[in-house]
Design a binder for this molecule. Structure first.
Ligand code: HEM
Ligand SMILES: *[C@@H]1O[C@H](CO)[C@@H](O)[C@H](O)[C@H]1NC(C)=O
Ligand SMILES: *[C@@H]1O[C@H](CO)[C@@H](O)[C@H](O)[C@H]1NC(C)=O
Length: 335
Protein backbone atom coordinates (compact mmCIF):
# COMPACT_ATOMS: atom_id res chain seq x y z
CA UNK A 1 0.00 0.00 0.00
CA UNK A 2 1.28 3.48 -0.81
CA UNK A 3 0.73 6.05 1.88
CA UNK A 4 1.01 9.67 0.91
CA UNK A 5 0.57 12.65 3.17
CA UNK A 6 -2.36 14.96 2.57
CA UNK A 7 0.12 17.66 1.56
CA UNK A 8 1.54 15.37 -1.12
CA UNK A 9 -1.97 14.48 -2.21
CA UNK A 10 -2.91 18.11 -2.67
CA UNK A 11 0.26 18.72 -4.59
CA UNK A 12 -0.33 15.71 -6.78
CA UNK A 13 -3.94 16.64 -7.33
CA UNK A 14 -3.19 20.20 -8.35
CA UNK A 15 -0.47 19.06 -10.72
CA UNK A 16 -2.93 16.65 -12.34
CA UNK A 17 -5.32 19.52 -12.82
CA UNK A 18 -2.65 21.64 -14.47
CA UNK A 19 -1.70 18.79 -16.77
CA UNK A 20 -5.36 18.08 -17.54
CA UNK A 21 -6.02 21.74 -18.36
CA UNK A 22 -3.00 21.90 -20.63
CA UNK A 23 -4.17 18.73 -22.29
CA UNK A 24 -7.73 19.98 -22.81
CA UNK A 25 -6.41 23.26 -24.13
CA UNK A 26 -4.29 21.31 -26.54
CA UNK A 27 -7.26 19.24 -27.66
CA UNK A 28 -9.43 22.30 -28.10
CA UNK A 29 -6.98 24.22 -30.27
CA UNK A 30 -5.45 21.35 -32.21
CA UNK A 31 -8.34 18.92 -32.62
CA UNK A 32 -10.19 21.25 -34.95
CA UNK A 33 -8.07 20.13 -37.87
CA UNK A 34 -6.90 16.56 -38.20
CA UNK A 35 -4.28 14.76 -40.26
CA UNK A 36 -6.05 12.16 -42.39
CA UNK A 37 -9.37 13.98 -42.10
CA UNK A 38 -10.58 12.51 -45.42
CA UNK A 39 -9.09 9.04 -45.07
CA UNK A 40 -12.56 7.48 -44.83
CA UNK A 41 -14.79 10.03 -46.55
CA UNK A 42 -12.54 10.65 -49.57
CA UNK A 43 -9.38 8.58 -49.42
CA UNK A 44 -8.29 9.64 -52.89
CA UNK A 45 -8.36 13.38 -52.19
CA UNK A 46 -4.76 14.02 -51.18
CA UNK A 47 -3.43 11.78 -53.95
CA UNK A 48 -5.46 13.62 -56.59
CA UNK A 49 -4.13 16.98 -55.43
CA UNK A 50 -0.57 15.66 -55.47
CA UNK A 51 -1.02 14.37 -59.02
CA UNK A 52 -2.45 17.65 -60.27
CA UNK A 53 0.39 19.61 -58.65
CA UNK A 54 2.90 17.31 -60.30
CA UNK A 55 1.21 17.64 -63.73
CA UNK A 56 1.18 21.41 -63.41
CA UNK A 57 4.80 21.53 -62.26
CA UNK A 58 5.91 19.56 -65.29
CA UNK A 59 4.21 22.11 -67.56
CA UNK A 60 5.41 25.15 -65.60
CA UNK A 61 7.53 24.79 -62.49
CA UNK A 62 6.60 28.30 -61.38
CA UNK A 63 3.13 27.06 -60.45
CA UNK A 64 4.56 25.45 -57.31
CA UNK A 65 5.55 28.92 -56.11
CA UNK A 66 2.14 30.22 -57.07
CA UNK A 67 0.42 27.62 -54.92
CA UNK A 68 2.61 28.20 -51.86
CA UNK A 69 1.82 31.91 -52.11
CA UNK A 70 -1.87 31.16 -52.64
CA UNK A 71 -2.04 29.38 -49.27
CA UNK A 72 -0.41 32.40 -47.57
CA UNK A 73 -2.79 34.83 -49.26
CA UNK A 74 -5.77 32.65 -48.39
CA UNK A 75 -4.83 32.25 -44.73
CA UNK A 76 -4.02 35.91 -44.02
CA UNK A 77 -7.39 37.08 -45.33
CA UNK A 78 -10.43 35.83 -43.34
CA UNK A 79 -8.46 32.73 -42.34
CA UNK A 80 -7.67 29.67 -44.49
CA UNK A 81 -11.16 29.43 -45.93
CA UNK A 82 -10.64 29.32 -49.69
CA UNK A 83 -11.95 32.88 -50.01
CA UNK A 84 -9.03 33.76 -52.32
CA UNK A 85 -10.52 31.45 -54.97
CA UNK A 86 -13.93 33.11 -55.27
CA UNK A 87 -14.55 34.96 -58.51
CA UNK A 88 -15.83 38.52 -58.49
CA UNK A 89 -19.57 38.58 -59.08
CA UNK A 90 -20.25 42.30 -58.86
CA UNK A 91 -17.42 44.52 -60.19
CA UNK A 92 -18.40 47.28 -57.79
CA UNK A 93 -17.45 44.92 -54.97
CA UNK A 94 -14.43 42.97 -56.27
CA UNK A 95 -13.33 39.70 -54.66
CA UNK A 96 -9.93 39.10 -52.99
CA UNK A 97 -8.40 37.68 -56.14
CA UNK A 98 -8.97 41.01 -57.92
CA UNK A 99 -7.18 43.12 -55.33
CA UNK A 100 -3.71 44.55 -56.18
CA UNK A 101 -1.76 42.04 -54.04
CA UNK A 102 -3.37 39.19 -56.02
CA UNK A 103 -4.14 40.51 -59.48
CA UNK A 104 -2.33 39.95 -61.80
CA UNK A 105 0.37 38.15 -59.80
CA UNK A 106 -1.38 35.26 -58.04
CA UNK A 107 -1.36 32.06 -60.08
CA UNK A 108 -2.32 28.41 -59.86
CA UNK A 109 -6.11 28.77 -59.84
CA UNK A 110 -6.52 26.25 -62.67
CA UNK A 111 -4.54 23.67 -60.71
CA UNK A 112 -7.02 23.95 -57.85
CA UNK A 113 -9.93 23.78 -60.32
CA UNK A 114 -8.62 20.58 -61.90
CA UNK A 115 -8.04 18.90 -58.55
CA UNK A 116 -11.45 19.98 -57.31
CA UNK A 117 -13.25 18.67 -60.42
CA UNK A 118 -11.65 15.23 -60.02
CA UNK A 119 -12.31 15.17 -56.28
CA UNK A 120 -15.97 16.13 -56.75
CA UNK A 121 -16.33 13.31 -59.26
CA UNK A 122 -14.84 10.87 -56.76
CA UNK A 123 -16.69 12.11 -53.67
CA UNK A 124 -19.15 14.95 -54.09
CA UNK A 125 -19.40 17.84 -51.61
CA UNK A 126 -16.88 16.34 -49.21
CA UNK A 127 -13.52 18.06 -49.58
CA UNK A 128 -13.23 21.81 -49.05
CA UNK A 129 -11.41 24.16 -51.40
CA UNK A 130 -9.50 25.55 -48.42
CA UNK A 131 -8.09 22.08 -47.68
CA UNK A 132 -7.22 21.57 -51.36
CA UNK A 133 -5.10 24.75 -51.26
CA UNK A 134 -3.38 23.54 -48.08
CA UNK A 135 -2.59 20.15 -49.65
CA UNK A 136 -1.42 21.77 -52.88
CA UNK A 137 0.90 24.14 -51.00
CA UNK A 138 2.44 21.19 -49.17
CA UNK A 139 2.85 19.24 -52.40
CA UNK A 140 4.47 22.31 -53.96
CA UNK A 141 7.01 22.55 -51.15
CA UNK A 142 7.74 18.86 -51.61
CA UNK A 143 8.09 18.95 -55.39
CA UNK A 144 10.55 21.85 -55.14
CA UNK A 145 12.66 19.57 -52.94
CA UNK A 146 11.56 21.07 -49.66
CA UNK A 147 10.58 18.90 -46.72
CA UNK A 148 7.22 17.14 -46.92
CA UNK A 149 4.83 17.39 -43.99
CA UNK A 150 1.40 16.19 -42.97
CA UNK A 151 -1.46 18.63 -43.40
CA UNK A 152 -4.14 18.75 -40.71
CA UNK A 153 -7.44 19.15 -42.57
CA UNK A 154 -11.13 19.73 -41.97
CA UNK A 155 -11.39 23.39 -43.01
CA UNK A 156 -14.71 24.63 -44.30
CA UNK A 157 -14.99 27.17 -47.10
CA UNK A 158 -16.01 30.73 -46.41
CA UNK A 159 -18.80 32.57 -48.18
CA UNK A 160 -17.28 36.07 -48.29
CA UNK A 161 -14.45 37.46 -50.40
CA UNK A 162 -13.61 41.17 -50.49
CA UNK A 163 -10.69 42.86 -52.22
CA UNK A 164 -10.56 45.40 -49.40
CA UNK A 165 -9.81 42.59 -46.90
CA UNK A 166 -6.84 41.47 -48.98
CA UNK A 167 -5.43 45.00 -49.09
CA UNK A 168 -5.87 45.41 -45.36
CA UNK A 169 -4.30 42.09 -44.33
CA UNK A 170 -1.49 41.30 -46.77
CA UNK A 171 1.75 43.13 -45.99
CA UNK A 172 3.11 45.12 -48.95
CA UNK A 173 6.69 44.53 -50.20
CA UNK A 174 7.67 47.99 -48.92
CA UNK A 175 7.11 46.86 -45.30
CA UNK A 176 9.85 47.28 -42.73
CA UNK A 177 10.63 44.68 -40.08
CA UNK A 178 8.35 46.22 -37.46
CA UNK A 179 5.42 46.30 -39.86
CA UNK A 180 6.05 42.68 -40.86
CA UNK A 181 6.28 41.57 -37.24
CA UNK A 182 3.02 43.39 -36.51
CA UNK A 183 1.27 41.92 -39.54
CA UNK A 184 2.27 38.35 -38.72
CA UNK A 185 1.59 38.97 -35.02
CA UNK A 186 -1.97 39.93 -35.93
CA UNK A 187 -2.33 36.40 -37.31
CA UNK A 188 -0.81 34.70 -34.27
CA UNK A 189 2.58 34.14 -35.87
CA UNK A 190 5.84 35.11 -34.17
CA UNK A 191 8.60 37.26 -35.58
CA UNK A 192 10.71 34.13 -35.89
CA UNK A 193 7.98 32.44 -37.93
CA UNK A 194 7.79 35.55 -40.10
CA UNK A 195 11.49 35.21 -40.92
CA UNK A 196 11.11 31.45 -41.53
CA UNK A 197 8.12 31.89 -43.84
CA UNK A 198 9.81 34.70 -45.78
CA UNK A 199 12.14 31.94 -46.96
CA UNK A 200 9.34 30.96 -49.36
CA UNK A 201 10.83 33.69 -51.55
CA UNK A 202 13.47 31.13 -52.50
CA UNK A 203 11.04 29.99 -55.21
CA UNK A 204 9.05 31.87 -57.79
CA UNK A 205 9.08 35.22 -59.47
CA UNK A 206 8.11 38.81 -59.00
CA UNK A 207 6.65 41.40 -61.29
CA UNK A 208 8.88 44.46 -61.76
CA UNK A 209 6.19 46.66 -60.26
CA UNK A 210 6.64 45.01 -56.86
CA UNK A 211 10.16 46.42 -56.38
CA UNK A 212 10.83 49.06 -59.08
CA UNK A 213 10.51 51.80 -56.44
CA UNK A 214 13.89 50.57 -55.12
CA UNK A 215 15.49 51.14 -58.53
CA UNK A 216 14.16 54.45 -59.80
CA UNK A 217 12.28 56.58 -57.31
CA UNK A 218 13.31 55.49 -53.86
CA UNK A 219 12.94 58.78 -52.01
CA UNK A 220 13.46 62.49 -52.44
CA UNK A 221 17.23 62.32 -51.86
CA UNK A 222 18.23 59.10 -53.65
CA UNK A 223 16.69 57.42 -56.67
CA UNK A 224 18.10 53.97 -55.86
CA UNK A 225 17.82 52.09 -52.56
CA UNK A 226 21.39 52.26 -51.19
CA UNK A 227 20.89 48.95 -49.32
CA UNK A 228 20.49 47.11 -52.65
CA UNK A 229 23.77 45.59 -53.89
CA UNK A 230 24.76 47.70 -56.96
CA UNK A 231 25.48 44.88 -59.43
CA UNK A 232 22.17 43.24 -58.59
CA UNK A 233 20.45 46.61 -58.91
CA UNK A 234 21.90 46.94 -62.42
CA UNK A 235 20.67 43.48 -63.41
CA UNK A 236 17.22 44.37 -62.12
CA UNK A 237 17.23 47.66 -64.01
CA UNK A 238 18.09 45.82 -67.23
CA UNK A 239 15.15 43.47 -66.68
CA UNK A 240 12.82 46.24 -65.56
CA UNK A 241 13.23 49.42 -67.65
CA UNK A 242 12.13 52.63 -65.96
CA UNK A 243 8.60 53.63 -66.78
CA UNK A 244 7.72 50.34 -68.42
CA UNK A 245 4.13 49.45 -67.77
CA UNK A 246 4.42 45.98 -69.26
CA UNK A 247 2.64 43.77 -66.74
CA UNK A 248 4.41 40.70 -68.11
CA UNK A 249 7.88 41.76 -66.95
CA UNK A 250 8.96 39.41 -64.18
CA UNK A 251 12.22 38.34 -62.55
CA UNK A 252 13.02 35.23 -60.49
CA UNK A 253 13.27 36.01 -56.80
CA UNK A 254 16.12 33.53 -56.34
CA UNK A 255 17.89 33.68 -59.72
CA UNK A 256 20.22 30.78 -58.86
CA UNK A 257 17.49 28.18 -58.25
CA UNK A 258 13.98 29.58 -58.74
CA UNK A 259 12.22 26.23 -58.38
CA UNK A 260 14.15 24.77 -55.43
CA UNK A 261 13.24 25.24 -51.77
CA UNK A 262 16.81 25.83 -50.62
CA UNK A 263 18.42 28.56 -48.50
CA UNK A 264 19.67 30.66 -51.40
CA UNK A 265 17.03 33.21 -50.44
CA UNK A 266 18.76 33.81 -47.10
CA UNK A 267 22.20 33.82 -48.72
CA UNK A 268 20.89 36.45 -51.13
CA UNK A 269 19.55 38.61 -48.31
CA UNK A 270 22.90 38.36 -46.46
CA UNK A 271 24.56 39.58 -49.70
CA UNK A 272 22.14 42.56 -49.91
CA UNK A 273 20.40 40.87 -52.79
CA UNK A 274 16.99 40.58 -51.22
CA UNK A 275 14.50 41.61 -53.87
CA UNK A 276 11.97 43.49 -51.75
CA UNK A 277 12.38 46.01 -48.98
CA UNK A 278 10.51 43.40 -46.90
CA UNK A 279 13.35 40.91 -47.55
CA UNK A 280 16.24 43.32 -47.04
CA UNK A 281 14.73 44.75 -43.87
CA UNK A 282 15.29 41.42 -42.09
CA UNK A 283 18.93 42.48 -41.70
CA UNK A 284 18.04 45.62 -39.78
CA UNK A 285 17.36 44.18 -36.33
CA UNK A 286 19.70 41.94 -34.36
CA UNK A 287 17.35 38.96 -33.83
CA UNK A 288 16.02 38.85 -37.39
CA UNK A 289 19.50 39.30 -38.82
CA UNK A 290 20.83 36.45 -36.67
CA UNK A 291 18.06 34.20 -37.98
CA UNK A 292 18.73 35.11 -41.60
CA UNK A 293 22.40 34.25 -41.15
CA UNK A 294 21.59 31.03 -39.28
CA UNK A 295 19.08 29.89 -41.93
CA UNK A 296 21.51 30.72 -44.72
CA UNK A 297 23.88 28.11 -43.27
CA UNK A 298 21.43 25.40 -42.28
CA UNK A 299 19.33 23.96 -45.10
CA UNK A 300 17.77 21.08 -43.15
CA UNK A 301 17.18 23.27 -40.11
CA UNK A 302 15.32 25.86 -42.13
CA UNK A 303 13.33 23.24 -44.06
CA UNK A 304 12.10 21.67 -40.82
CA UNK A 305 11.14 25.03 -39.35
CA UNK A 306 9.47 26.04 -42.60
CA UNK A 307 7.30 22.90 -42.65
CA UNK A 308 6.22 23.51 -39.04
CA UNK A 309 5.48 27.18 -39.76
CA UNK A 310 3.38 26.23 -42.79
CA UNK A 311 1.28 23.91 -40.62
CA UNK A 312 0.77 26.74 -38.13
CA UNK A 313 -0.05 29.26 -40.86
CA UNK A 314 -2.57 26.72 -42.17
CA UNK A 315 -4.56 26.95 -38.93
CA UNK A 316 -5.17 30.69 -39.02
CA UNK A 317 -8.86 31.49 -38.54
CA UNK A 318 -10.07 28.17 -39.90
CA UNK A 319 -13.77 27.44 -40.14
CA UNK A 320 -14.55 24.02 -38.71
CA UNK A 321 -17.60 22.13 -37.52
CA UNK A 322 -21.06 22.08 -38.98
CA UNK A 323 -22.39 25.59 -38.87
CA UNK A 324 -19.47 27.76 -39.85
CA UNK A 325 -18.97 27.37 -43.57
CA UNK A 326 -19.60 25.09 -46.48
CA UNK A 327 -17.97 22.62 -48.83
CA UNK A 328 -17.95 24.64 -52.01
CA UNK A 329 -18.81 22.58 -55.09
CA UNK A 330 -17.03 24.95 -57.49
CA UNK A 331 -14.12 26.70 -55.78
CA UNK A 332 -14.83 29.91 -57.70
CA UNK A 333 -18.46 30.24 -56.64
CA UNK A 334 -20.19 30.16 -53.26
CA UNK A 335 -22.86 27.48 -53.13
C1 HEM B 1 6.78 38.72 -45.24
C2 HEM B 1 5.88 39.35 -45.98
C3 HEM B 1 5.72 39.09 -47.45
C4 HEM B 1 5.67 40.02 -48.42
C5 HEM B 1 5.73 41.53 -48.24
C6 HEM B 1 5.56 39.33 -49.67
C7 HEM B 1 5.46 39.94 -50.91
C8 HEM B 1 5.54 39.28 -52.11
C9 HEM B 1 5.53 39.91 -53.40
C10 HEM B 1 5.40 41.40 -53.65
C11 HEM B 1 5.69 38.94 -54.33
C12 HEM B 1 5.80 39.13 -55.85
C13 HEM B 1 4.45 39.14 -56.51
C14 HEM B 1 4.60 39.53 -57.96
O1 HEM B 1 4.83 40.72 -58.20
O2 HEM B 1 4.54 38.67 -58.84
C15 HEM B 1 5.78 37.69 -53.64
C16 HEM B 1 5.94 36.47 -54.25
C17 HEM B 1 5.91 35.27 -53.58
N1 HEM B 1 5.67 35.10 -52.24
FE1 HEM B 1 5.66 36.54 -50.83
N2 HEM B 1 5.54 37.99 -49.42
C18 HEM B 1 5.63 37.80 -48.08
C19 HEM B 1 5.58 36.58 -47.43
C20 HEM B 1 5.37 35.37 -48.04
C21 HEM B 1 5.02 34.15 -47.38
C22 HEM B 1 4.74 34.02 -45.88
C23 HEM B 1 4.95 33.19 -48.33
C24 HEM B 1 4.59 31.73 -48.19
C25 HEM B 1 4.80 31.03 -47.10
C26 HEM B 1 5.28 33.81 -49.59
C27 HEM B 1 5.40 33.15 -50.79
C28 HEM B 1 5.66 33.76 -51.98
C29 HEM B 1 5.96 33.02 -53.20
C30 HEM B 1 6.12 31.53 -53.32
C31 HEM B 1 6.09 33.97 -54.21
C32 HEM B 1 6.33 33.70 -55.69
C33 HEM B 1 4.99 33.58 -56.38
C34 HEM B 1 5.02 33.17 -57.84
O3 HEM B 1 6.08 32.88 -58.38
O4 HEM B 1 3.94 33.12 -58.43
N3 HEM B 1 5.50 35.14 -49.38
N4 HEM B 1 5.68 37.92 -52.28
C1 LIG C 1 16.32 58.38 -48.36
O1 LIG C 1 16.92 57.11 -48.15
C2 LIG C 1 18.21 57.17 -47.60
C3 LIG C 1 18.76 55.76 -47.55
O2 LIG C 1 17.90 54.86 -46.92
C4 LIG C 1 18.11 57.79 -46.21
O3 LIG C 1 19.41 57.87 -45.64
C5 LIG C 1 17.50 59.17 -46.31
O4 LIG C 1 17.30 59.68 -45.02
C6 LIG C 1 16.16 59.12 -47.05
N1 LIG C 1 15.69 60.46 -47.29
C7 LIG C 1 14.42 60.81 -47.08
C8 LIG C 1 14.08 62.23 -47.39
O5 LIG C 1 13.59 60.04 -46.65
C1 LIG D 1 -22.40 17.49 -38.08
O1 LIG D 1 -23.23 16.99 -39.11
C2 LIG D 1 -23.10 15.62 -39.32
C3 LIG D 1 -23.91 15.22 -40.56
O2 LIG D 1 -25.08 15.96 -40.65
C4 LIG D 1 -23.57 14.88 -38.06
O3 LIG D 1 -23.44 13.49 -38.21
C5 LIG D 1 -22.69 15.33 -36.88
O4 LIG D 1 -23.13 14.75 -35.69
C6 LIG D 1 -22.69 16.84 -36.75
N1 LIG D 1 -21.71 17.23 -35.74
C7 LIG D 1 -21.93 18.16 -34.84
C8 LIG D 1 -20.80 18.45 -33.91
O5 LIG D 1 -22.98 18.75 -34.73
Amino acid sequence: MVIISSKQAVLYYSWSLVVLCLYMNHVRTEAELRVGYYSFSCALAEGIVKEEVRNAFIQNNGLAAGLVRMHFHDCFVRGCDGSVLIDTVNPSSPAEKDSPPNNPSLRGFEVIDRAKARIEAACASTVSCADIIAFAARDSVEITRGLGYEVPAGRKDGRVSLASDALANLPPPTSNVNQLTQSFGNKGLTQEEMVILSGAHTIGRSHCTSFSNRLYNFNSTTSQDPTLEPNYANQLKAACPQGSTNPNLVVPMDPLSPATSDVNYYQGVVANRGLFTSDQTLLTTQPTRAQVVQNSQDLFGWQKKFAAAMVKMGQIGVLTGNNTGEIRVNCRVIN
